[in-house]
Design a protein around this ligand. Structure first.
Ligand SMILES: NC(=O)c1ccc[n+]([C@@H]2O[C@H](COP(=O)([O-])OP(=O)(O)OC[C@H]3O[C@@H](n4cnc5c(N)ncnc54)[C@H](O)[C@@H]3O)[C@@H](O)[C@H]2O)c1
Length: 325
C-alpha cells in the first residue's frame, strides 16, 4: 500500500493535504509539534484507520529518526515556523527548525531514496520589482536588519541544500513556492483569515497603509492539488514550481470581499505600518507568479477565484464555531 509522511500535519495546508491523501487511499504518517487532542484541523483525519500521528519537534534528531518511514514513497515537508514575529521571539530557532530540522530529513531521504517535497515561498523573490516572477528569476532582498527577510533567506537556503543533494546523489526532490494561500483552518493572523475571523465576530478588520498593495491569493484546495502533482509526477523531480493564482487583487478589495460575504456592515480600520512597526517593517507592493511551468509540467493551475474561495472559507468558519471562539 502506498504510504507518505507529512510534517506540519496539524497546520492549515498539512491537514488539507492529509485529507486529500487519505481520500486517495494513501497511508499517512503525520508529525507536528502540536498534541493530537489540540489539533482541531485534524478532526476529519483523526479517526481514519490509515492515519498515524506523532507529536514531536523536528529540531530533535531522535524524533525525526523515530518518525521516518523508509518504506514511504514521499516525505511532504511542511513543518515550519510561519510568521517572522515568531522568529523574532527566538531568533536562533530559525537555524534549528528551518535549517537543522530540514537538513536531518534530507539526509534520511537521501539514505533511503525517499522522494521529498519541500514547501517554499514566494518570499524567496524578495522585492524583485519585475513581476510576474519565473522560477529562475533573481532574489532581491533588503538589509539583514529588516526582520522579514529572515524567512525568505531560510527557505532559500533549504532550496540550495535540496538542489545540491539532488545534483550530488540524485535524491528525488521537488520544491513548490506558494503565493498567499488561504482557506478553511488558517490561523487568523493573515489578511483573509483575520478579516473573516474579525467580521464574523463583529470586529472591524485592519487594512495596512490603505490596502492598495496587491497579492495573488490562492485557495488551499488548489494548492494541495499542485503539491500532490509536484510530489508524484516524474517530470517534477529536481524542479521548483510557483503554485499561485496569477490574478492580482488589491488587499483592500479582498478585505471588502470578506466583509461582503460575511454580510457585515463594518468598515476596515486603517493602520499606518510606519507608526505601528517603525522602519523594520518593509512591505512588498506586488507579488505575482508566472505559472506557465506548473501548467506545462504539472498540468496544474488554480481554478478557484478569490470571491468563491472567501465565500467557502466563511461557510466553513460558520459551521465550525471552535474556530471563532
Ligand atoms: N500559508 C501560506 O500562504 C504559505 C506561503 C508560503 C509558504 N508556506 C509554507 O507552507 C507550509 C505550511 O504552511 P501553513 O500555512 O499550513 O502553516 P501552519 O502554521 O498552519 O502550519 C505549520 C505547522 O508546522 C508545525 N511546526 C512548526 N514548528 C514545528 C516543529 N519545530 N516541529 C514540528 N512541527 C512544527 C506547526 O505546529 C504547524 O502545525 C510551511 O512550510 C510554510 O512556510 C505557506
Amino acid at each position: 500500500m502506498n504510504s507518505a509522511m507529512v510534517t506540519g500535519a496539524a497546520g492549515m495546508i498539512g491537514s488539507h493535504l492529509i485529507d486529500r491523501l487519505l481520500g486517495d487511499g494513501v497511508v499517512v504518517y503525520g508529525l507536528d509539534v502540536m498534541p493530537l487532542e489540540r489539533a482541531n484541523n485534524l478532526q476529519e483525519a483523526r479517526g481514519h484507520s490509515n492515519f498515524h500521528y506523532m507529536q514531536g519537534d523536528i529540531r530533535d534528531k531522535e524524533t525525526i529518526e523515530r518518525f521516518f518511514r523508509p518504506e514511504a514513497s514521499t516525505l511532504y515537508h511542511l513543518a515550519s515556523v510561519v510568521g517572522v514575529r515568531h522568529y523574532m521571539e527566538d531568533p536562533l530557532s530559525l537555524i534549528d527548525i528551518a535549517i537543522i530540522g530540514t537538513r536531518n530529513f534530507i539526509a534520511l531521504c537521501e539514505k533511503h531514496n525517499v522522494r521529498i517535497l519541500f514547501t517554499s515561498t514566494s518570499e524567496v523573490y524578495g522585492r524583485n520589482p519585475a513581476v510576474p516572477w519565473k522560477e529562475t528569476d533573481d532574489r532581491i532582498l533588503g538589509a539583514t536588519s529588516v526582520d522579514r527577510w529572515s524567512y525568505s533567506t531560510s527557505k532559500a537556503l533549504i532550496e540550495h541544500m535540496l538542489f545540491g543533494v539532488y545534483r550530488k546523489s540524485g535524491m528525488p526532490m521537488s520544491i513548490v513556492r506558494f503565493f498567499n494561500v488561504y482557506g478553511p483552518r488558517q490561523n487568523p493572523i493573515y489578511v483573509v483569515s483575520q478579516s473573516i475571523y474579525r467580521a464574523l465576530r463583529n470586529e472591524a478588520p485592519e487594512v495596512y497603509d490603505g490596502g492598495r498593495q496587491t497579492r495573488c491569493f490562492t485557495y488551499v484546495g488548489d494548492v494541495v492539488d499542485g503539491v500532490v502533482r509536484a510530489a508524484t509526477l516524474p517530470d517534477a523531480v529536481g524542479e521548483v514550481f510557483n503554485l499561485g493564482n496569477p490574478t492580482e487583487v488589491a488587499i483592500g478589495d479582498v478585505i471588502d470581499l470578506c466583509l461582503k460575504h460575511s454580510e457585515s456592515q463594518l468598515s476596515p480600520v486603517d493602520i499606518e505600518t510606519g507608526k505601528k512597526y517603525g522602519s523594520v517593517y518593509e512591505d512588498i507592493e506586488r507579488r505575482v507568479p508566472d505559472v506557465s511551468k506548473a501548467r506545462e509540467r504539472l498540468g496544474w493551475q488554480a481554478t478557484t477565484d478569490v470571491s468563491t474561495g472567501i465565500a467557502r472559507t466563511i461557510a466553513w468558519a460558520r459551521a465550525n464555531p471552535w474556530y471563532l471562539a
